[in-house]
Design a protein around this ligand. Structure first.
Ligand code: GLC
Length: 418
């Protein structure tokens, strides 16, 4: 963004003598992210003399991506910094500046695998702000009430969800459901369905060597299993749910189980939550004993636009928002998982978010979506995948038929190589 008016500039020289800049950052609105960022901007402005404007984006990762792509293709100079999803780095890399040099004093403090996910052709295109790996949230009080154990397999989850739903409804909770998740036709469904499939031995859509593996019996069985949940233990409305809609049902006390990301932990324990102190988190279930629980790897980063005319100040803000100080606050207040390994030993974080220490191995073993292998074609791969799954869940064709078609589409998209 342009420099502030001259009078303001004179009054706002930074300690280093550089003029203050006005910055704009685009960020998503899931949970309390926006409130949290605004509070950090006040701190940053006081420290640096810069001014920060927030461009609020939809909470759907897919909608946000569509908007970013348009802005960046048009060389938009109004947005200096973009909050970016972990899977976008290969697709947007050319539009962002290389942060390697500017972050060489801090880069070694981050988990190397997360830095690697944001490194494209040896350019660090965004700095990791938090990482993500979902949990199976469960109502401890209700499991106790009905003498049930936390489920380890999808079949156990289904049976327990069904029993609790029936009993709660019989006790007068007419709107109570067994299990909520995200099945809208968007990136979140790619994550959910990848988890059902991978935890059932059905691969990860496209394998790291580029093989399109999705058309297999285990994958089809995993999607068929999920189709059976709709309208039985899960409301039909789930076909339009993203993270926040499922959290709405869960947090008003109307579900026994929810698949969601760690941000829902702090919110669920908020003073306005009907389930405060009544729930726990588990790793996601597996299909059968011996299978690996499979969380999709998520996470958010900060990138500086190559079209920004305030790149130096933008880098300062990125480093501040990804700093240990701010990531610690983010963990304590929003229960987002830090990308700095040292914070997993922080006693304040452990006290405020007791689940977090045990989540480190879960995100470290999480399954990446095939964004590194599909490169600039990832978004198309993902949208074809989520459409095939959404069609199946909606009763439009069998999983086997839809996956066969998907394989043909992905093969065409791949061409000679990804
Ligand atoms: C979470 C994850 C992100 C993912 C999104 C899908 O925000 O951090 O990586 O794409 O959910 O809805």
């Amino acid at each position: 963004m342009k420099l502030l008016a001259t009078a303001a500039i004179l009054g706002a020289m930074t300690a280093s003598g550089a003029f203050a800049a006005e910055l704009s950052i685009a960020a998503n609105s899931t949970g309390k992210n926006v409130d949290f960022l605004r509070a950090r901007f006040v701190e940053f402005e006081a420290k640096t003399g810069h001014k920060v404007n927030l461009v609020t984006m939809p909470s759907s990762s897919s909608e946000q991506f569509g908007q970013y792509r348009l802005w960046l293709a048009a060389g938009n100079t109004d947005v200096d910094i973009y909050q970016t999803d972990i899977v976008w780095a290969p697709q947007l890399a050319d539009q962002f500046i290389d942060l390697t040099e500017a972050t060489k004093d801090v880069a070694a403090n981050f988990f190397p695998s997360i830095i690697a996910s944001q490194t494209v052709n040896e350019r660090l295109v965004s700095l990791p702000m938090y990482t993500d790996a979902p949990a199976m949230y469960y109502r401890k009080d209700l499991l106790e009430k009905y003498g049930k154990q936390p489920p380890k397999t999808w079949d156990e989850l289904e049976a327990t969800a069904k029993e609790i739903q029936e009993k709660e409804r019989a006790a007068g909770q007419a709107d109570f459901w067994g299990f909520v998740f995200q099945a809208n036709a968007y990136e979140g469904l790619t994550c959910n369905a990848l988890e059902w499939i991978k935890s059932s031995g059905g691969g990860q859509i496209i394998e790291p060597d580029g093989t399109i593996s999705i058309n297999n019996e285990k994958a089809a069985a995993a999607i068929d299993r999920a189709t059976g949940w709709i309208g039985t233990i899960t409301p039909e409305g789930v076909l339009a749910y993203k993270e926040e809609e499922s959290r709405g049902v869960w947090q008003t006390g109307n579900a026994a189980f929810m698949r969601n990301w760690p941000y829902a932990y702090a919110l669920g324990n908020g003073d306005d939550s009907a389930i405060k102190g009544k729930f726990g988190v588990l790793p996601l279930p597996v299909a059968a004993a011996g299978d690996q629980p499979s969380s999709a790897l998520g996470g958010w980063n900060l990138a500086v636009s190559k079209y920004s005319d305030e790149q130096e100040a933008a880098i300062e803000l990125v480093k501040f928002l990804a700093s240990s100080e701010v990531q610690k606050k983010r963990a304590v207040e929003l229960s987002n998982l830090p990308t700095l390994s040292a914070l997993y030993d922080d006693p304040d974080i452990a006290a405020s978010q007791p689940f977090m220490a045990s989540w480190k191995p879960i995100f470290q073993n999480a399954v990446p979506r095939p964004s590194a292998v599909a490169k600039v074609k990832y978004n198309e791969v993902s949208s074809k995948f989520w459409s095939a799954v959404h069609n199946t869940l909606s009763g439009n064709g069998s999983a086997a038929d839809n996956l066969e078609l998907l394989e043909v589409e992905l093969t065409g998209l791949k061409g000679d190589a990804w």
